[in-house]
Design a protein around this ligand. Structure first.
Ligand SMILES: NC(=O)C1=CN([C@@H]2O[C@H](COP(=O)(O)OP(=O)(O)OC[C@H]3O[C@@H](n4cnc5c(N)ncnc54)[C@H](OP(=O)(O)O)[C@@H]3O)[C@@H](O)[C@H]2O)C=CC1
Ligand SMILES: N[C@@H](CC(=O)OP(=O)(O)O)C(=O)O
Length: 344
C-alpha cells in the first residue's frame, strides 16, 4: 500500500527531517512539498538550503515547492504532515481539514484543544477517538492530529511507564539542544560558553501537554491526568538531543529495580518507525548523553539512566533526539498510527 503525502513547511529545519525520514519509507511517498509564498515556484533544492547530515534525495530536490493552501495541493494526497510556524499552522491547518485533508502536525497550535488528539502512539493511541468528536463539532471531513512539544515527548513516556506506581508529581529540569530553536534561533554569540535559563512558553507546554497525553478519552471526552508537573527549561550548547533531569513523586515505594523494569519493559507498538523498545535504560550513571545516545533506534528511542529510588519517588535522567523523536519522527509515527487505525 502506498500513501501519498504532502509536506507543509518542507523547507524548514523540521521539514528537512521529514524529507530525510520519508526518503525510504515503506508506505509513505512524498508527492508534494510546500513552504512560504517566497519559496513557492522554486525547486526544493533551491528553496531548502539543505542542512541535514545525509544527501538531499534527488527525486525530492527536483520537486517544485508549492504554496501552502488547499488550492495549491494536488487532489490525490492521502495525508499531510505539517511543520509550519505555529501562527501559520493556526490559520492554514483548519482550512486544510475543512477541505478534507487529514493533517498530522508538529506545530504547537491547538495541541491543548479538547477535540484535537495529542498523541504518542506508545502512550495514548486511543486518543485518536477524539477525531469523531472533532468532526462532529467542527464539521470537518478531514482531521487534525498533533504530536507534543519535543521536551514533553522526551519525558512523558517515562512518566507513563511510572504511572503504575501512582504518579503524583513530577519536577523536571531540561538541557535543550540549540536545534530546538531552529537554524537561526540562537546566535553563536549567545550560546557558546553559555547556558540560557529561559525558553519562552516551554515550561507551560511541558506542564500541560504531559497531563493531556497521560489523560483519558472516554465516550469522545478528554480528561486530564491529575499529576502535577513543574518544569524548568534551559538551552545548552549541544546541537541535537534534549537531556532532562526528572524527579517523580510516587504513591507507592518501588525499588530501583522495579522502576528499571517498568521503564525498560514499557510496551512497544508495531509501526514502521517505532523502536522495538521505546525506552532504553542505562546502568552506567554517566549515560545517557546527547552526542552518544540521541541516535539510538534511528533517533526514535528514548534513553533513561541515573535511576535512584528515594522515600518520595524516583530520580532519573532521560534523553531523546529533539528533531526526530521530538518533531518529524513523532509526526511520522502518528501518521503510521492513523493509517493502521484506518483514519487514512
Ligand atoms: N526545531 C525543532 O526541534 C522543533 C520545532 N517544532 C515546531 O515545528 C515548526 C517548524 O519549526 P522549524 O522547522 O524549526 O522552523 P523553520 O523556520 O526552519 O521552517 C518553517 C517552515 O515553514 C515555512 N513557512 C514560513 N512562513 C510560512 C507561511 N507564511 N506560509 C507557509 N509556509 C511558511 C517555511 O518556508 P520558507 O523556507 O519558504 O520560509 C519553512 O518551510 C514550528 O512550529 C516549531 O515550533 C517542534 C518541535 C521541535
Ligand atoms: N521549543 C522547543 C522546540 C519547539 O519548537 O517546540 P514547539 O513544537 O512546542 O513549538 C525547543 O526549543 O527545543
Amino acid at each position: 500500500m502506498t500513501v501519498r503525502v504532502g509536506l507543509l513547511g518542507a523547507t524548514g529545519a523540521v521539514g528537512q527531517r521529514f524529507v530525510q525520514l520519508l526518503d525510504d519509507h515503506p508506505t509513505f511517498e512524498i508527492a508534494a512539498v510546500t513552504a512560504s509564498p517566497e519559496s513557492a515556484g522554486e525547486s526544493y533544492r533551491d528553496a531548502a538550503k539543505w542542512r541535514v547530515d545525509t544527501p538531499i534525495p534527488e527525486r525530492i530536490a527536483e520537486l517544485t515547492v508549492r504554496e501552502t493552501s488547499p488550492d495549491a495541493l494536488p487532489d490525490d494526497l492521502d495525508l499531510l504532515f505539517s511543520s509550519l510556524p505555529s501562527s501559520v499552522g493556526a490559520e492554514i491547518e483548519p482550512e486544510l481539514c475543512r477541505a478534507g485533508y487529514v493533517v498530522s502536525s508538529n506545530s504547537s497550535n491547538e495541541r491543548m484543544a479538547e477535540d484535537v488528539p495529542l498523541t504518542i502512539p506508545e502512550v495514548n493511541p486511543d486518543h485518536l477517538d477524539l477525531i469523531d468528536t472533532q468532526r462532529e463539532q467542527r464539521g470537518w471531513d478531514g482531521a487534525l492530529v498533533k504530536n507534543p512539544n519535543c521536551s514533553t515527548i522526551t519525558m512523558t513516556p517515562t512518566l507513563a511507564a511510572l504511572d503504575e506506581f501512582g504518579l503524583e508529581r513530577a519536577h523536571v529540569s531540561t538541557l535543550q539542544a540549540v536545534s530546538g530553536a531552529g537554524y537561526s534561533g540562537v546566535t553563536s554569540m549567545e550560546i557558546i560558553d553559555n547556558v540560557l535559563p529561559h525558553i519562552g512558553g516551554e515550561e507551560e507546554k511541558m506542564e500541560t501537554e504531559s497531563r493531556k497525553l497521560l489523560g483519558d478519552v472516554e465516550d469522545g471526552e478528554l480528561s486530564l491526568h491529575d499529576v502535577d508537573v513543574s518544569a524548568s527549561c534551559n538551552r545548552v550548547p549541544s546541537l541535537d538531543g534534549h537531556l532532562e533531569n526528572v524527579f517523580a513523586e510516587l504513591d507507592d515505594d518501588p525499588s530501583a529495580d522495579a522502576v528499571h523494569e517498568a521503564l525498560a519493559n514499557f510496551e512497544a507498538v508495531d509501526l514502521p518507525s517505532a523502536p522495538a523498545q521505546p525506552i532504553h535504560v542505562f546502568d552506567d550513571p554517566e549515560r545517557p548523553q546527547p552526542r552518544l545516545d540521541r541516535m539510538r533506534g534511528k533517533g526514535m528511542q528514548i534513553s533513561a539512566g541515573g535511576l535512584q529510588a528515594t522515600d518520595e519517588g524516583v530520580q532519573y535522567n532521560c534523553l531523546a533526539h529533539n528533531t526526530i523523536r521530538g518533531a518529524a519522527g513523532a509526526s511520522v509515527l502518528n501518521g503510521e498510527l492513523l493509517v493502521e487505525e484506518g483514519w487514512v
